[in-house]
Design a protein around this ligand. Structure first.
Ligand SMILES: [Zn+2]
Length: 645
């Protein structure tokens, strides 16, 4: 058995870091999505935050506002506590958007918000509009419920993005001071609190801060908080006793809700609140990447297997229950009542993207792509103005997009994810480039010794032909790792017209081409996009006898507007042959799927509700549209899992 490197501080064997947003110019499918966010969503987010009263809370020059959102019945939490996080994500979205399309008016508004935070920051670096303005004197008394460090994390992410997009470092400096302060309060040394947040987020944010500032102590603090989680004596118990509360009266009964039920390296089931879980695992993956920590990686792979083999919707949505906004039991994946919060699918994309930090492997990229193209962007209307919180896989027509939510976590989360999509497409390491996602785009990547420009020319996901042109200043040796998705049954690859034997060069679903690349070298990859009918594991009771249509990365659904009969009357025979048609005028241009299917006939029932004779069947044409684009026309029925057989 070969010796594995021990965990902490070993030099990682491979460390792929994502490019910053400005390194990737996105066009094509995602370009249109980014433009919707830049043209509409970014301004809407700011405006809705203002309307909610958030600026009244963060601006120290204004009178302390009244409580606008009541405390939760358990008396410890109001969503108003999280307003700093909503502003943090709004700043982050705006940062990526003003980089793509100058928007001086929005940039000035964001600058003003940043000025407020700077003015609000205390001498010692502490910064929380809730605890400074609404509940002074109570800081660090309830990390379990009150999102104090979570808010810090989102402001840090906003600060990093704003700095990368605009070069302005005021918020980055403010948040570095706050992170310095947090690092004095929390840690392993005598006199320091052994705490971490009840809503994970700070961990992954500290890694971003460490990468952009080069200050490794932020990385160490992230690692500390990851490893301290779930240790005994339990911080949340001690903290509750210290504020005079009974730990056993915790609303969620046990610490599975916030993944603090045991140390993270011992965890093997994805449990609790889905967004919290995804943010934790994302932070763990960053730490595993940065420290070359194989123990942590093993824990992550156990969790990954659990999610992907038992607890993930076919859309990449996750967390079926509204009760805990999270996970329930194995194979419990109800469709009409699926909670599947937009933020949770966004969080899965975060986690998967960070698993790729440890090296290209299409098991992670496939899930990332699934969440990106389906269960996350379903949460944003095509024009960028309306939102879903829940993303069910079946609707009778009553589930429609809204303008805003009292707990507005999802709108800025989907906004920032879409606007930063370029960072998900590539990984860059010493002498290595990984292409995780295909999309018309140009990326300038840092491989240590040189800069490599890659231009993708493709209509993906509508078409599987992908041309990639390499541009380097001088001939440069590096490895280009191209993802061959696991869903793809047939792929061909060539370099400068010479075919490459994929079998000989593919490992973990990535074709690795190492050579001396010259400017103008052309790679051609063709991925077959056959329409497939997917079946669910037989233990998923809600999907028994049903199929889902999938083409490439896209999951399809039927909508009532295209199929004017009750959708559950329709049956898709196994031998159905689907044609894929690009319809430029529909839903901003989508490939629809059409076939002849069967439907149970109703014409001969003569008023009966029940009868011995089974229904007659009739042939009906059906048309399916990509799931992400549903509910962008008139309200109506929607169905992902169709009766099959
Ligand atoms: Zn959300």
């Amino acid at each position: 058995m070969s010796a594995l490197p021990s965990a902490a501080h070993d030099v990682p064997r491979a460390r792929f870091r994502p490019p910053a947003v400005p390194q990737v110019e996105v066009r094509g499918f995602w370009g249109a999505r980014v433009d919707a966010v830049a043209d509409k969503t970014a301004d809407i987010l700011y405006q809705r935050c203002v309307e909610a009263g958030m600026l009244d809370q963060i601006d120290p020059d204004r009178p302390v506002p009244a409580l606008r959102i009541p405390f939760h019945p358990n008396g410890t939490v109001t969503m108003q506590m999280f307003w700093d996080s909503d502003l943090g994500k709004t700043i982050e979205t705006a940062a990526y958007c003003v980089y793509r399309k100058p928007n001086p008016a929005l940039e000035a508004k964001i600058d003003a918000v940043i000025d407020m935070f700077e003015k609000l920051q205390q001498e010692d670096g502490y910064l929380s509009s809730w605890y400074q303005r609404m509940e002074p004197g109570k800081r660090w008394t309830n990390l379990r419920d009150c999102h104090e460090l979570y808010c810090a994390g989102h402001l840090i992410e906003g600060a990093v993005a704003y700095y990368q997009a605009t070069g302005k470092r005021k918020l980055l400096d403010v948040m570095s001071r706050y992170a310095d302060h947090i690092g004095t309060v929390f840690g392993p040394n005598p006199g320091q609190r052994k705490g971490y947040c009840g809503h994970e987020e700070l961990e992954l944010a500290l890694v971003k801060l460490a990468r952009v500032t080069g200050n490794h102590k932020y990385m160490d603090l992230a690692k500390y908080m990851v490893d301290q989680r779930g240790q005994q004596p339990h911080y949340f118990d001690e903290e509750a006793k210290a504020r005079g509360a009974d730990p056993s009266e915790y609303h969620f009964k046990n610490y599975e809700y916030n993944q603090a039920h045991k140390p993270v390296r011992e965890q093997d089931k994805v449990v609790g609140h889905a967004v919290r879980a995804m943010y934790l695992y994302a932070g763990m993956a960053d730490v595993a990447t940065e420290y070359g920590d194989d123990d942590l990686r093993k824990a992550l792979d156990r969790l990954w297997d659990d999610l992907n083999s038992k607890r993930l919707y076919v859309t990449g949505g996750l967390g079926p229950s509204a009760d805990n906004e999270g996970f329930t039991s194995d194979y419990d994946l109800p469709n009409e009542t699926a909670y599947a919060e937009t933020c949770a699918a966004v969080g899965l994309a975060f986690w998967a993207n960070r698993m790729l930090g440890m090296g290209p492997n299409t098991r992670y990229a496939d899930a990332m792509e699934l969440a990106l193209y389906n269960g996350s962007i379903s949460g944003l209307s095509l024009d960028g103005s309306l939102f879903f919180y829940e993303n069910p896989l079946e609707s009778r027509g009553g589930h429609n997009r809204w303008k805003w939510h009292r707990c507005p976590c999802c709108p800025p989360n989907i906004g920032r994810m879409v606007a930063s999509i370029g960072t998900y497409m590539y990984g860059q390491a010493e002498g290595e480039v990984a292409v995780h996602l295909y999309c018309d785009s140009t990326a300038t990547l840092d491989i240590g010794s040189a800069e490599v420009k890659l231009t993708q020319n493709t209509r993906y996901p509508w078409d599987g032909a992908i041309g990639i042109t390499v541009d380097v200043d001088k001939p440069t040796r590096f490895a280009l790792n191209l993802r061959i998705p696991a869903w793809c049954r047939k792929a061909t690859l060539s370099v400068n017209g010479a075919p490459i034997d994929l079998k000989g060069v593919t490992e973990d679903g990535y074709a690795r081409i190492e050579r001396e690349w010259k400017a103008g070298d052309a790679v051609q990859l063709d991925l077959d996009l056959t329409v497939e009918q997917l079946h669910a594991h037989p233990e998923v009771r809600q999907d028994v006898g049903r199929v889902t249509l999938k083409r490439g990365p896209l999951v399809y659904c039927l909508e009532g507007i295209d199929n004017p009969l009750s959708l559950n009357r329709i049956r898709v025979p196994a031998a159905s042959s689907f044609t894929a048609n690009f319809e430029p005028g529909l839903l901003e241009g989508v490939v629809t799927l059409a076939a002849e299917a069967e439907a149970d006939a109703t014409g001969d029932w003569n008023g009966d509700l029940y009868r011995i004779a089974p229904p007659q069947t009739e042939t009906v044409p059906i048309k399916a549209v990509p799931y992400y684009a549903w509910d962008n026309r008139e309200p109506g029925e929607m169905l992902v899992w169709l009766r099959g057989g």
